[in-house]
Design a binder for this molecule. Structure first.
Ligand code: ADP
Ligand code: 5GP
Length: 318
C-alpha cells in the first residue's frame, strides 16, 4: 500500500521550480507523475503513480536505462507509453519512452507482484527491425555477427541468450551467453520470462524478454543468434523482425569448419552435423526466413548481410 493521496485531479500539467520540474499524465484510473529531483550531486527522475480509485500514491520499480535528467516535457503516445523529450541535449539523445503498460511491463509486473515502469531510448528516423540469424552450427553465424557489430558498434546490440551448456574456453558469462542451470532456467521459463526457448544439441537455449529489452532500451537494434525452432517461435510472437538463414557452401565445408573450430568433442560434432541436415531442410519452410545467405567467402556474405539488414544497397557476388 502507498501513502494517502491528496484530494486533487490532474489531466496533464507541468510544474517547475528552481530545483524541480514535474509532468503529470492522466491515463485511465492512474496519474503518472514524472519529476526531476535535484540533490547536491546529481539529478534523477522520480516517478510516482496516483491510483485515483483508491487515492493512494505508489512508487513503482523503475527498469531500463535511466535518461539523463535535464528539463523535459512528457506526453502520452498511447495507453502503453509516455514520450519524454529531454531539453538541452543533442536530438539523438533527447527521445525517451516511459513504458507503463507494454507487454514487457505487464510481464514484469506479474513477476514482481508490484507496480513496474520501464525506460527505453527512442531512435530517430525509421525504427529498424531486430535481426534473427539462424543456421547450422559451424556455418559462421557468430563470426558474421561479431563482424557486423564491430563495424556498427553503436547501431547493433547482441541479445545474450541463456543456455545450460558449459562455457567454451573463451566464452564470458553475460557476454556470449548467460550460463545457467537447467532447473533455474526451466523455472524462469515457467514464470514467463522467456520470449522463446528450445532444446538444441541436447541443451536448453532461450532468449529472455530482458535480453531483448536491454538492447532496445539503449536505442540499439537487436541481433538474435537462435536455432530454427527459436526462429519459428519468434515469428509467432509479437516481435517483428527480419529472419535470415545462413547456409554453408557445402556440407563438407560445414564439417571442416566445425572441426577446425575445435570446441566440440567428436560425439558433439556428430550430433551437430546430424541436426544440421534437419536445419538445412527446414530453412525452406514457407514464410519462415526472409533471406537465405550462403557463407562461402566471408567478406561477400558480410556485404550481403548488410544489404538484407538495409545498411547498404548493393549485393556482392563471389
Ligand atoms: P556458428 O556461430 O554458426 O556456430 P562460427 O562463427 O563459430 O559458427 O564459425 C565456425 C568456424 O568457421 C569458425 O572457426 C570461423 O572462424 C569459421 N568461419 C566462419 N565463416 C567462415 C568463412 N566464410 N570461411 C571460412 N571459415 C569461416
Ligand atoms: P552454440 O552451442 O554453438 O553456441 O549454439 C548452438 C545452437 O543454439 C545454435 O544454432 C544457436 O543459434 C542456437 N541458440 C543460441 N542461443 C539460442 C537461443 O536463445 N534460443 C534458441 N532457440 N537457440 C539458440
Amino acid at each position: 500500500m502507498g501513502e494517502e493521496a491528496p484530494e486533487f485531479r490532474v489531466e496533464s500539467i507541468t510544474l517547475e521550480s528552481k530545483d524541480c520540474q514535474q509532468n503529470a499524465i492522466d491515463i485511465g484510473d492512474k496519474t503518472y507523475v514524472i519529476g526531476r529531483i535535484d540533490d547536491d550531486s546529481k539529478s534523477t527522475f522520480g516517478i510516482k503513480i496516483l491510483d485515483k480509485l483508491t487515492q493512494t500514491w505508489v512508487e513503482p520499480t523503475v527498469l531500463g536505462a535511466q535518461p539523463p535528467s535535464k528539463l523535459h516535457s512528457a506526453s502520452l503516445v498511447n495507453d502503453e507509453k509516455i514520450l519524454v523529450v529531454e531539453k538541452g541535449v543533442s536530438l539523438n539523445d533527447s527521445i525517451w519512452f516511459l513504458e507503463i503498460d507494454t507487454p514487457f511491463v505487464k510481464q514484469q509486473r506479474k513477476i514482481k507482484g508490484s507496480e513496474v515502469v520501464s525506460w527505453s531510448k527512442g531512435v530517430l528516423g525509421v525504427a529498424q527491425k531486430p535481426v534473427v540469424i539462424s543456421g547450422p552450427s559451424g556455418v559462421g553465424k557468430g563470426t558474421l555477427i561479431a563482424k557486423l557489430m564491430k563495424e556498427y558498434p553503436l547501431k547493433f546490440g547482441f541479445s545474450v541468450s541463456h543456455t545450460t551448456r558449459s562455457p567454451r574456453v573463451k566464452e564470458i558469462d553475460g557476454v556470449h551467453y548467460h550460463f545457467t542451470g537447467r532447473s533455474k532456467m526451466e523455472q524462469d521459463i515457467s514464470e514467463g520470462e522467456f520470449l522463446e526457448f528450445a532444446h538444441v544439441h541436447g541443451n536448453l537455449y532461450g532468449t529472455s524478454i530482458e535480453a531483448v529489452e536491454s538492447v532496445t532500451d539503449k536505442g540499439k537494434r537487436c541481433i538474435l543468434d537462435i536455432d530454427v525452432q527459436g526462429a519459428r517461435s519468434v515469428r509467432a510472437s509479437s516481435l517483428e523482425a527480419i529472419f535470415i538463414f545462413v547456409c554453408p557452401p557445402s556440407f563438407e565445408e560445414l564439417e571442416k569448419r566445425l572441426r577446425a573450430r575445435g570446441t566440440e568433442t567428436e560425439e558433439q560434432i556428430q550430433k551437430r552435423l546430424k541436426n544440421a541436415r534437419a536445419e538445412l531442410d527446414q530453412s525452406n519452410s514457407p514464410g519462415l526466413f526472409d533471406h537465405i545467405l550462403v557463407n562461402d567467402d566471408l567478406e561477400a556474405c558480410h556485404d550481403n548481410l548488410k544489404v538484407v539488414t538495409q545498411l547498404t544497397g548493393y549485393i556482392s557476388f563471389p
